[in-house]
Design a binder for this molecule. Structure first.
Ligand code: COA
Length: 431
């Protein structure tokens, strides 16, 4: 038996044994989405009567686990750094905390402000050199692993072994547990005609050879479909999504024109279908890096013709984009939207796109609004936004006056709301 295999056997324990190390009041960091370790977390939840005030820091919780339920918050306080379907009810009920952040800054915030007692993470099986890949969630996990006093790894054969700057050595783990829990898939919303209309407007402005980032939500996969007739695109992104697999398989993504990491598909986390997870496994095309690198606006700005595509909840007539709350109610998070909006416009020939369907709630609400709703937060500032796209067209805002912005945004609002928007704009002395 090799040295590392012996070490593996020495460190292997059951989830119940591993979570005995947790003490009241400690801070635990969990990877994002598919990187969370469900068996460890369920074993931890069973210790609820022995524990109080344990804080769990995470972006984008994926599973509705036992600890993340009403009544558990005295024992386990979830601190959401990006709210998701699994954490939304707890956050909105005030039973979980929220720490605002730019995604690129999360490793720095962890380093400076979080006393990481424990990192618990799901990883791919160990290789012959003693390394495990963090797989789907590299982002802030590598930083948390360096800072944690104790690292516990949940080794899962379903976790894709992604390549890049994303490994941890067995010497750096205190305990290992084995799991075969399936990695949840994030079902893509069906692509609507409206999504395709938005996708086509963006595709018309994407030149061959561009480097592309696609964000979270329903529209990015539609945008990917609309890029199928392009040539030599590259990917530098935070989130690797299903739509990118199709673009690789059709030969659209070659990465040949990229200014950095030529020929590689660079990302920091991935979430999608099993097809995506299989595509990522041991694929030399993929290069994962910490989010402090992939989302650094200065790094993004060095990419060739950088295109960023991210979605908003509503956009006001000045161009301020709210993309994470509905009024004052927290819905998601800033994620990397502002990072990529800033980075794209720094890039030579780069373009930033914020997509927003013109209406919500069956055409009853306009998502182009005179002023953001009461309590709505600004995710992307008016100074960073470049283009806003609805199913009615594209509004170019960068370098334009308030009056020009308001005119352009009213033209892409739903026709039923345009007279109201014009009146409000006049009342605000914008028109
Ligand atoms: N008023 C009231 N409700 C609204 C609304 C508005 N102005 N805008 C949206 N909603 C509702 C929708 O009706 C929908 O509700 P439903 O699920 O009951 O139908 C819900 O909010 C979600 O809206 P939708 O546009 O379908 O969301 P999406 O899944 O496409 O995601 C964002 C859009 C903006 C929430 C998402 O992209 C996000 O969180 N972005 C911020 C982070 C980011 O961009 N990061 C960078 C890339 S990872």
């Amino acid at each position: 038996m090799s040295r590392w295999k012996e070490e593996y056997q020495r460190k292997l324990v059951t989830p119940e044994q591993a979570v005995k190390v947790i003490k009241s009041g400690q801070h635990i960091v969990l990877p994002l989405g598919g990187g969370e370790p469900p068996d460890l977390l369920e074993a931890m939840a069973k210790r609820k009567d022995e524990l109080e005030g344990v804080v769990l820091h995470q972006l984008l919780a994926l599973r509705k686990l036992s600890y993340l339920q009403p009544g558990m918050e005295v024992h386990f306080r979830h601190n959401s750094w990006f709210t998701s379907g699994a954490s939304r009810a707890m956050v909105q009920a005030g039973l979980a905390s929220v720490t605002p952040n730019y995604f690129h800054d999360v490793p720095r915030l962890i380093t400076d402000y979080i006393d990481v007692d424990i990192l618990m993470a799901c990883v791919s099986p160990m290789d012959e050199h003693g390394y495990f890949s963090f797989g789907l969630s590299v982002d802030y996990t590598t930083t948390a692993a360096l800072k944690a006093k104790t690292v516990i790894l949940e080794v899962n054969p379903h976790m894709p072994r992604t390549l890049g700057n994303c490994f941890i050595h067995i010497n750096d783990a205190a305990m290992l547990v084995e799991s075969s829990s399936p990695i949840p898939e994030l079902a893509s919303a069906p692509i609507t005609e409206r999504d395709m209309a938005i996708g086509h407007y963006i595709a018309d402005l994407v030149e061959n050879g561009s480097t592309v980032q696609l964000g979270i939500g329903g529209i990015p996969n539609a945008v990917a479909q609309c890029l199928l007739n392009k040539e030599d695109l590259g990917i530098h992104t935070e989130m690797i999504v299903d739509g990118m697999v199709d673009l690789v398989e059709k030969g659209v993504i070659t990465g040949k024109k990229k200014s950095m990491h030529k020929g590689k598909l660079v990302g920091t986390f991935a979430l999608g279908s099993n097809k995506l997870y299989q595509f990522l496994d041991n694929n030399p095309l993929i290069e994962m890096h910490p989010v402090s690198y992939t989302n650094d606006p200065y790094v993004i700005g060095q990419q060739y013709k950088m295109i960023s595509v991210n979605a908003a909840v509503e956009v006001d007539l000045l161009g301020q984009c709210c993309s994470e709350s509905i009024g004052h109610v927290q819905f998601s998070g800033t994620g990397g939207q502002a990072d990529y909006a800033r980075g794209a416009v720094r890039s030579q020939g780069g373009k930033g796109f914020i997509t927003v369907p013109a209406t919500a709630k069956g055409n009853k609400i306009s998502r182009i609004v005179p002023r953001l709703s009461e309590g709505a937060v600004v995710t992307t500032s008016k100074n960073d936004v470049d283009h806003v796209v609805t199913e009615f067209g594209v509004a170019k805002l960068r370098g334009r006056t308030f009056k020009e912005r308001a005119q352009a945004l009213i033209e892409i609002a739903h026709p039923d709301f345009r007279p109201w928007l014009r009146e409000e704009a006049k009342r605000m002395n914008v028109l």
